[in-house]
Design a protein around this ligand. Structure first.
Ligand code: K7E
Ligand code: CUA
Length: 623
């Protein structure tokens, strides 16, 4: 039966049940009290319930990839149900999938076991999400790539030289040529030099950084950097269509203040949005310009004119967002009541006419009045903007705790919806691509108090699903998201086609084995290699004998080719828990410690005889 027919059939039945439930007061105790009072409210809720209800066995329409903030992960939810489907560990170990315990992922994490991940960015082709990769920043000067073929983190690049506090990242250019970065905390450059803070204004620098992405493999490598005055770079977005080839970043603290920033960095009426001609910067580097600092080419914008301009923007701006046609750059002072729409064509004209009002360390400052099209009265505390298919813009209002809907071009504010509470980012269906879908908008709120079962002081964040398919926005659903969703991406399910098992013929791991006959333990000096087969419901070999002090390498192949047949390998008393997917090989290396007998067992429930899937590591005393 088609999805549509099913929905129509279930509509009447479910609607009746819901309305009956609400009228008899049998709705969930967490439902807003107003729902019980007014029958009109009740029917709104029934409609909202229908719109978010995904029947058992049915699939959601969108993938919602939410950043995990300082949890370092990415959380995958389905929309419209808002059900949590999966967690993709990125910058933090995750025993549930064994991430951070096997040799490869442990090496990828290096000696950092935390990350602060804010901005996931889907790879794009021609400005459309292409469903290949997902990139995400970490404040520790790193950027990661997740392959959407298997939803696994494949590369963590960094810490990248000279970058300190990688917040303005991992925004990609329209054909995924680059993932862009910007430093939130200026430091003396080269990174690694110590200069007293009283020299901040002159000796500390900000860095804008381009990370090259291989178009075939997605492999990332540091490309080049631009040195800037010591501003705190905040958010970024790549130009597209009309503005393709340009990159924009907001900053605060153009005052170059140190200490008491909540006051000292808000003295001026305006801060800046940087406009970077990245194609020109790329060309300059290719021509040999720039200085090699800590192994990366750094361009000084005063020596390479034309690569960097400063656009004045309302005091302490946060988000900057480019409209789907690339014609408008939206930025707001986060303490103001308006958001500014800059006109890209006017920016180009102002650059051509040298319509400058001054400079910052030799970097030209464009005249605000010449480049802005409108100041849209969206409401208090505008942070981020997303877009709809027909010129709609949606701006999050942190102070007002609301979302404003307005129109590009006519600049009229059409609607406003309160959210609970204090929205940061928001994400619309494909809402930062060249062709947003409309339909859904998710408000990523910082506070949730009182809207969920009390779980003590450590409260979840809330993500609210909003219907934007009609003129007026309608709240559909409250979900409580893992900490802490800053930005997120919402992509239609048709664009992603993940595999469910690793095909045997693709496994090129040198230690892979596919037959229990090949399993066993070999020794070379004090190095022991155990080749292990995992298959329902035995771990072969079942006993591994080593000596105290040996270096033990265990290479495990899960030879299953069946969906969902994962096996684990948890070794008691050791900090080791590996999970191996069907067709995958994983390796863990460790030193055999104190003599004794240490059980290992399959940690991932796999079959009726899962419990029997176990063995012993026997560590004998040194001879
Ligand atoms: Cu607004 Cu880090 Cu993008 Cu948080 S950031 S909200
Ligand atoms: Cu294999 Cu549980």
């Amino acid at each position: 039966m088609s999805q549509k027919k099913k929905s129509i059939l279930t509509w009447g039945a479910l609607g009746a049940i819901l309305i009956a439930g609400i009228l008899t007061g049998r709705c969930a105790p967490t439902a807003p009290k107003s729902a019980k009072k007014s029958p009109a409210g009740a029917s709104d809720m029934a409609v909202a319930a229908m719109k978010t209800y995904v029947a058992p066995g049915d699939l959601d329409e969108y993938y919602f990839f939410a950043s995990g903030g300082h949890s370092g992960q990415i959380y995958v939810y389905g929309v419209p149900s808002m059900r949590h489907i999966s967690t993709i560990p990125v910058f933090t170990p995750y025993p549930a999938t064994g991430y951070g315990f096997d040799d490869e992922s442990r090496a990828m994490l290096g000696n950092l076991s935390w990350g602060d991940a804010h901005h996931p960015a889907l790879s794009e082709t021609g400005g459309e999400y292409d469903g290949r990769w997902l990139f995400i920043n970490d404040m520790n000067a790193r950027v990661a790539r997740i392959d959407l073929r298997d939803f696994k983190t494949k590369q963590i690049l960094g810490p990248i030289p000279n970058v300190s506090g990688n917040h303005g990242s991992a925004f990609v250019t329209p054909n995924t040529e680059y993932s862009m970065m910007a430093t939130r905390f200026s430091i003396p450059i080269p990174k690694g030099t110590a200069v007293p803070v009283d020299k901040y204004a002159t000796e500390y620098k900000g860095i804008l950084c381009a990370v090259k992405i291989d178009p075939k493999t997605g492999e990332m490598s540091p490309a080049w950097q631009i040195q800037t005055p010591p501003f705190d770079w905040d958010l970024g977005d790549a130009g597209k269509k009309a503005s393709e080839g340009w990159m924009f970043w907001t900053c605060y603290n153009s005052e170059r203040a140190t200490g008491k920033l909540e006051v000292t960095a808000s003295q001026r009426d305006r801060d800046y949005i940087a406009a970077v001609d990245w194609k020109a910067a790329e060309k300059a580097v290719a021509e040999g310009k720039g200085d090699l600092i800590n192994g990366i080419k750094v361009l000084d914008p005063t020596k390479v004119p034309g690569i960097l301009y400063l656009m004045p923007c309302g005091k302490s701006p946060h988000g900057v967002d480019v409209s789907p046609d690339g014609k408008y750059i939206i930025g707001s002072g986060k303490l103001q009541g308006v958001t500014t729409a800059f006109n890209f064509e006017k920016i180009m004209t102002a650059i051509k006419n040298k319509d400058f009002t001054g400079d910052e360390d030799g970097i030209p400052v464009l005249k605000y009045e010449s480049i802005k099209d409108a100041e849209v009265p969206v409401g208090l505390g505008p942070l981020h903007t997303q877009f709809g298919p027909n010129g709609e813009a949606y701006t999050s209002l942190f102070v007002d705790s609301a979302i404003a809907k307005w129109k590009l071009g006519t600049w009229e504010v059409i609607d406003k919806i309160p959210v609970s509470y204090s929205v940061g980012h928001l994400t619309a269906a494909e809402g930062d691509s060249v062709s947003p879908d409309g339909k859904y908008l998710i408000s990523l709120n910082k506070l949730s108090h009182g809207r969920h079962l009390n779980v003590g002081p450590s409260q979840p964040e809330s993500s609210q699903l909003i219907d934007i398919s009609e003129e007026k926005m309608k709240l559909l659903y409250d979900a409580f998201t893992e900490p802490e969703p800053h930005y997120a991406q919402l992509i239609h399910r048709d664009k992603i086609k993940p595999i469910e098992v690793y095909p045997k013929e693709e496994n090129k791991h040198p230690l892979a084995i596919w037959d229990v006959k090949d399993a066993g333990v070999t020794r070379k000096g004090n190095e022991v290699l155990a080749k292990v087969v995992l298959v329902r419901s035995t771990i072969t070999p079942e006993f591994i004998e080593v000596q105290e002090g040996d270096t033990v390498k265990v290479a495990m192949t899960n030879i299953e080719q069946t969906t969902d047949e994962l096996h684990g390998w948890g070794l008691l008393d050791y900090n080791i828990n590996i999970v191996v997917d069907p067709g995958e090989t994983k390796v863990v290396t460790f030193k055999a410690g104190k003599p004794g007998v240490y059980p290992y067992y399959c940690t991932n429930f796999c079959s009726a005889l899962h419990q029997e899937m176990q063995g012993y590591l026997i560590v004998k005393p040194k001879a």
